[in-house]
Design a binder for this molecule. Structure first.
Ligand code: AMP
Length: 189
């Protein structure tokens, strides 16, 4: 978990690669879907809200993610969810889903913490330096993303996991490798 630009994609990939998990990134799945030609009008509407920096509807995300998790569980592989939980309602819904699979107590939540200011700076940097153009990496939309997905917005989700006793926080304003090492230390002390 974390605000935009916290490095959750990079860290999720490293964790999945080094420890044999399936990496599930909702942002990447949605961007891939966006490239398809024959989108249904409901899908096109949903993706429009993504382009404007808002969250897409829960149902849409669950459909994509549940199918991927199921596939991975069939292969007895765990998953690293990257950006898949963006609201308290989503957090509760995933928890129901995991409990249904008898995995309610098998989760760990990592908050890669960076400030909103660093979040903004990193999105700006990504816009200017990445080969991949993201339509939501636009200065006006970045501010909106901070409002909708910044530290204040994710606080209720973090509180929920803290109460469950599964939340672990790392300092995301460090070197990428150090963040990875901190995550590994927290997961397997
Ligand atoms: P990301 O690549 O994780 O930064 O996600 C890019 C965009 O995809 C977000 O700004 C949202 O519009 C959308 N998105 C990704 N994951 C979710 C989710 N779990 N719920 C709703 N919208 C999401």
């Amino acid at each position: 978990m974390g605000v935009p630009g916290c490095g959750k994609g990079t860290q999720a990939v490293a964790l999945a690669k080094n420890f044999g998990y399936t990496h599930i990134s909702t942002g990447s799945m949605l961007r891939k879907l966006m490239e398809e030609d024959n989108l249904k009008s409901s899908e096109a509407r949903m993706l429009k809200s993504m382009k404007s920096g808002k969250l897409v509807s829960d149902k849409f995300v669950y459909k994509l993610v549940h199918a991927e998790i199921d596939k991975s569980f069939q292969k007895s592989k765990g998953v690293v969810l990257d950006g898949a939980i963006r609201s308290l309602r989503q957090a509760k819904s995933y928890q129901k889903y995991f409990s249904k699979h008898n995995l309610g107590n098998e989760i760990a939540v990592i908050d890669i913490h960076i400030s909103d200011q660093v979040s903004l700076e990193r999105m700006m940097y990504r816009k200017d330096n990445s080969k991949v153009v993201r339509e939501d990496d636009d200065p006006k939309i970045m501010k909106k993303r901070i409002k909708k997905q910044g530290n204040k917005a994710i606080k209720p989700i973090l509180n929920y996991y803290e109460k469950m006793g599964v939340l672990k926080t790392v300092n995301g304003e460090q070197d990428v490798d150090k963040v990875h090492m901190d995550i590994v230390d927290l997961l397997w002390p």
